[in-house]
Ligand binder design. Sequence first.
Ligand SMILES: Cc1ncc(COP(=O)(O)O)c(C=O)c1O
Ligand SMILES: [Zn+2]
Length: 407
Amino acid sequence: MPKATHLECSLCQQRFDAAQVNGLCSCGGPLLVRYDLDHLRVRWLRRVVADGPANMWRYAPILPPADSHVISLGEGWTPLIRTRRLGSRIGAENLWVKDEGLNPTGSFKARGLSCAISMCVELGIRKVAIPSAGNAAGALAAYAAAAGIEAHIFMPCDVPQANYLECMAYGAKVTLVNGLISDCARMVGERAASDGWFDIGTLKEPYRIEGKKTMGYEVAEQLDWELPEAIFYPTGGGVGLIGMWKAFEEMERLGWIGSRRPKMIAVQAEGCQPVVRAFEENEPRSRFWEGAQTVAAGLRVPKPLGDFLVLEAVRKSGGTAIAVSDAEMLDAGGRLASEEGIFAAPEGASCVSACEKLLASGFLKAADRIVLYNTGSGLKYNEAYATRFPRTAAGEQDKLGGLITPR
Ligand SMILES: Cc1ncc(COP(=O)(O)O)c(C=O)c1O
Ligand SMILES: [Zn+2]
């Protein structure tokens, strides 16, 4: 099976050799992996996908690494669950949740980093660095550990505790930064060249998007190759949304789906909504969001590098961009958990609240088939959910699994 033919700049369309290590284009544009889709179209039929493994590597022919370089912990092929109570309460007859919280390391970030680390193995890269809002760091640390690669992580000092602990446990070198992910990105950028690190930050390299695009392949396959009317996606850097949009284009060229697309709905936090603002102002790019603040750590991205790609996909799809408050996210997270048995990250829960709003406004119809992406597990957000469910009994803080812990 052919793999990538080349890399292509998403801004100026310059081509790059897929066998070489590449970061951004010289014009600053993120690079996208391109394949010989006409060749694949006749050799890779969608019905054989079902015979593949129950993880995202069932789409290996359209992923860049050679099979022998794949570092997998079982990411992808997450369940698409039809809601039992939530849909009827909010007026959606055909409502689904794609539960990415079941991935290794508890978030969809596993997909992108499995693919990116596999490509590091293929290209002989031994040291990687990442600026992260939290979950990407955990996933990078896990896959780097599995691959035996050195991982350097820069994340805000107020990331969820779970993200810090998992990175330490996986043996990564962690720097906690008194700032935002944009400050972390600057620090990685300053040291990458001198320290010999491959910068694996959002869209700084071409491979994470390839892993994330499998969310688009999966939703099509799980709905029997019929895309839904609307997809809600919690948008920080926006790579998942960009990746799914790329997947739909590839699938159409493979002859697997038609030209109809879901309305792509980018959900952001009220305290950090650069994409929503740009969408409403009809701008092609976003402006830096000052004072970014939200419990949804993954949405605290004040200026996404791929904003123009997110905005383009949202607009072309007839979708929209919408913001949700932290209180609405946590309330929605509680309802999703108690009504459906799905404990979502606040990022994922934001989609529930956004969906309620767009049904109430008439933007979506009751009969529309709607898919909400829960991008991570609520279990990683103890601090955020503890504000909803405080434990006040004396001595509780000393208990660990019912035991009194040594002090
Ligand atoms: C749980 C969760 N959801 C959503 C996002 C945003 O991801 P993207 O960069 O694809 O917009 C993140 C990023 O950190 C995240 O951790
Ligand atoms: Zn370029």
